[in-house]
Design a protein. Structure first.
Length: 585
């Protein structure tokens, strides 16, 4: 869905059963006849899981995301970016000037408890995502310029979506994962949003969790390991090119490691099957192990730019500290912080030279939305000093830190998620550069779930100064986050007041341009709007974008199931996500 998936055909008779979805063999490097069933794919995570609830999770790699997998009405073809029906049995019929979509649901699909997946499940899922009291991270996906998208059930296997305006990302927005009405519906009717938020906590009994996707929770040990087992009902309708059920694997496991270095060590020891290498030292150690015969693995460095970027965000909603709130809202301060960010040092020291400077919210992999006109406040300590002087910070104390007229030190707290060694290095480099101009940065890594809770907090006095993190997801149709760019989005992270209102003219213009671009179906015209949006976003500097890693691929040779090599990039990955086609050789 948006931060995730766009079109038109005929309806099938409501009494017939649709054929299974077949993953095209032409996408795959190996013939489906080579694939073997069974076995476990072993992965890792550096942060313990927070919840099993799909309506309250916000992390990119949450267990609900993995369980749900590709369970959505439509997805994109990696060979041409066009949309194909998945849980729909065909592309939708379109009417009302491109604002109404009628979708036939693929029949024969079941949840992991054997219950049929029907229109009711999409309706209830929609209701829960759009109840602001539930607090879903996907809430903004279902509104266009504060006007709601609506969905209604025409019959058991037919849905009708009505948009308030045309949308280039319509099929993305409709492609949300359906969760079981027969599980969530009764709770919502009797207990409302509070009842939903109390469901499926991380300590829930695995057998109580019902999945529409390829996996369901098998076991979970806090701080140690999560194991997902195959949902056999999924394979009844999701097949490979040889008509064999997917996924091939019996299970997928995630070992919880203390940091990325521990993840690399586990990979080098052959204990896990893949690793998200992000710096030159990672690649060097992996290559050395392969060359020495200690690791039988494939390594393909620098496949292309990554679909993530790192940033620092300052909290504009800090009513409890009027001085800091005024400071963080001053664009001169944010420009100075961008000038302090030594992006080349970050690339060389944290990424080993393998990365790129970033000044926009659009990931480098989306090349059609990179513009020379985007403002860049590059590393320049003299310019940072000049801007801070303009703000009244002209004197330093005996420790070398800038002070205001009352002698108060210019300082703030900066946090990132502990265990992410790259982000920890980025924060340290920023702190050290800030000290050179007299800004005191108290940098502390903290638990990821704590950090997310702070970032997602709303109101006049949110509980942080500055956070260093990154985003993933997004799409190549209109690569600006629906919950990031417009005011009111829960990841419009610098300004999330309770009323969701913009604070300045640039925020208002960004919101206007976001929806104008989404409503523009012509690709070239939409890119021109994107250029305007990127320019205003760069002028506003709500996020101080830092660097992006390169995309590297490595995996243990015990596993197969990759895309053809020419399809690899950070947007589609090197193989279908969620272990769908992975098999043990």
């Amino acid at each position: 869905m948006k931060k995730a998936l766009t079109l038109a055909l005929a309806l099938m008779g409501s009494g017939a059963f649709a054929a299974p979805y077949v993953l095209p063999a032409a996408w795959m490097a190996q013939s489906p006849t080579e694939a073997k069933a069974g076995g476990e794919f072993r992965s890792y995570t550096i942060s313990d899981y927070k919840t099993l609830n799909p309506f309250t999770s916000a992390e990119a790699d949450s267990l609900p995301t993995i369980m749900g997998g590709p369970a959505g009405l439509f997805n994109q073809d990696p060979t041409n970016d066009k949309f194909v029906p998945v849980m729909a049995d065909a592309l939708p019929t379109v009417s009302n000037g491109g604002k109404r979509f009628v979708v036939k649901i693929r029949q024969g699909m079941k949840f992991s408890d054997g219950q049929a997946i029907t229109a009711d499940d999409w309706i209830t899922t929609f209701k829960l995502h759009t109840d602001d009291k539930v607090g879903s991270n996907s809430y903004d996906n279902f509104f266009l310029n504060d006007k709601p998208i609506t969905v209604k059930k025409l019959d058991t296997y037919t849905l009708q979506f009505d948009f308030p305006s045309v949308s280039a990302s319509a099929l993305n927005r409709m492609s949300y994962t359906p969760w079981p009405d027969h599980v969530f519906g009764p709770v919502y009717k009797s207990k409302g949003a509070d009842g939903i938020k109390a469901m499926w906590g991380i300590s829930s009994t695995p057998s109580a969790i019902v999945s529409p996707g390829p996996w369901v929770i098998s076991s979970y040990q806090a701080g140690q390991r999560a194991v997902l087992k195959k949902n056999t009902y999924f394979g009844e309708w999701f097949k490979d090119g040889a008509n064999k059920p997917l996924p091939y694997l019996d299970s997928v496991s995630f070992t919880i490691v203390k940091d990325l270095n521990a993840g690399l060590a586990a990979y080098l020891a052959g204990q896990i099957d893949t690793f998200g290498a992000s710096k030159a030292d990672d690649l060097a150690q992996i290559k050395k192990a392969i060359d020495a015969g200690n690791l039988k693995a494939t390594l393909v460095p620098n496949v292309g730019p990554n679909s993530t970027s790192s940033w620092i965000v300052f909290n504009w909603n800090k009513a409890g500290d009027a001085t800091k709130q005024k400071l963080f809202r001053d664009v001169r301060f944010r420009q100075a912080m961008s000038h302090i960010a030594n992006r080349q040092a970050m690339i060389q020291l944290a990424l080993g030279g393998l990365g790129s400077e970033v000044y926009s919210g659009v990931y480098p992999v989306f090349k059609n939305y990179q513009y020379a006109s985007t403002p860049t406040y590059k590393y320049d300590l003299a310019e940072a000093t000049k801007l801070l002087n303009q703000m009244g910070y002209t004197k330093k104390n005996s420790d070398g830190y800038l002070v205001d007229k009352a002698g108060k030190v210019l300082e703030f707290n900066l946090t990132t998620n502990s265990g992410n060694n790259v982000r920890e290095q980025l924060g340290q480099i920023f702190r050290d550069e800030a000290k050179k101009v007299g800004v005191k940065v108290n940098f502390t890594p903290v638990d990821f779930n704590t950090l997310v809770g702070q970032l997602l907090a709303k109101g006049a006095d949110r509980p942080f100064d500055a956070i260093l993190l990154g985003l993933s997801g997004g799409d190549n149709i209109w690569p600006y986050g629906s919950n990031v760019v417009p005011c009111g989005g829960n990841l419009h992270a610098y300004n999330v007041p309770s009323d969701g209102k913009c604070l300045n003219a640039q925020e208002n213009l960004m919101t206007k341009l976001y929806y104008q671009g989404d409503q523009t179906l012509d690709d070239d015209a939409r890119r021109k709007i994107g250029e305007q949006l990127s320019k205003v976003e760069g002028q506003n500097l709500g996020f101080i974008y830092l660097v992006a890693t390169n995309y590297h691929v490595t995996f243990n040779n015990r596993v197969g199931g990759e895309y053809k090599r020419n399809l690899w990039d950070s947007y589609y990955g090197s193989r279908p996500a969620y272990g769908l086609t992975t098999f043990i050789k």
